[in-house]
Design a protein around this ligand. Sequence first.
Ligand SMILES: C[S@@+](CC[C@H](N)C(=O)[O-])C[C@H]1O[C@@H](n2cnc3c(N)ncnc32)[C@H](O)[C@@H]1O
Length: 300
Amino acid sequence: MPISKDLNWFNVYGIPGSTLNIPNAHALRLSETLLSQRVIEGEYVLLYLDQRRTYLVKVEAGKNFHTHKGFIKLDDLIGKEYGSTVESSLGVQFTVLKPLLRDYIIKSVRRTQIVYPKDIALIIVYSGIGPGSRVVEAGTGTGALTMALAHFVRPNGHVYSYEIRGEFLETAEKNIKRAGLADFVELKNKDITVGIDETDLDAVILDMATPWLVVPHAYRALKPCRTFVSFSPTIDQTVKTVEALKENNFIDIETVECLVRGIQTEKGKTRPQTLMTAHTGYITFARKALNHTIANYSKQ
Ligand SMILES: C[S@@+](CC[C@H](N)C(=O)[O-])C[C@H]1O[C@@H](n2cnc3c(N)ncnc32)[C@H](O)[C@@H]1O
């Protein structure tokens, strides 16, 4: 089936040009989901009661979704315009929202600690990845970061995600499928410290215990100038990783920590929230150079 000439890829993906090399049926399915202003059967919606109570629900004909505020007939949702409301059996209004990437991440079924949106935002921008990028990631864990990487490399890029513990992959796969991103991810039950199978990569992105052991493999697998990113909860891991990067021809090495403070906003009472997440991890970025040696660092 040919892609409709009317289909404007700039509007769909924010990419100038329309030379994307992806299967047509696949492209049409994606565009239908992304552009639809109305709820489609089989898709997920986010039912919003208030800031604390939101529910990620698959719209299945003939089924009900039960909450403490009564149940919602899922048939009532099909064809409804996003942003409108639906009433529960107890007469409580829920707003029907189109789930965002962050909803799929926050509501993922968790087997491990995950990377949170605040850190993911930096990882995406600093890594330089975008539509068409080829990315290797480890470990998959719950698949939260995997979903974000897949979201940004689509429609014609790919994420190869390594995970040493096979039992985590099943849950990660379910999370990734639920977000509609499975076509852009290959899950691999492998120890990444042994080696990286792929070459010509645009980024190697790590959230695992021993990232420094992956640095030499990452150097071989990356295209020149492309990026290495590592998220680590401890300073000890970060220092070992930075030392390995210096020894392996990486430059532009930078480590940051991202602290996000919520603001309670109400007329006459606006101030920072009392509680915040004080620590998640340190993020180290670097780029692959061709001729920089460890000696250059001591001269700088
Ligand atoms: C903190 S979790 C990753 C969470 C993930 N980034 C997310 O957002 O859901 C770390 C994962 O790395 C995996 N891991 C540790 N060492 C590994 C290795 N050498 N190769 C592949 N995976 C590894 C662990 O099994 C664990 O699932």
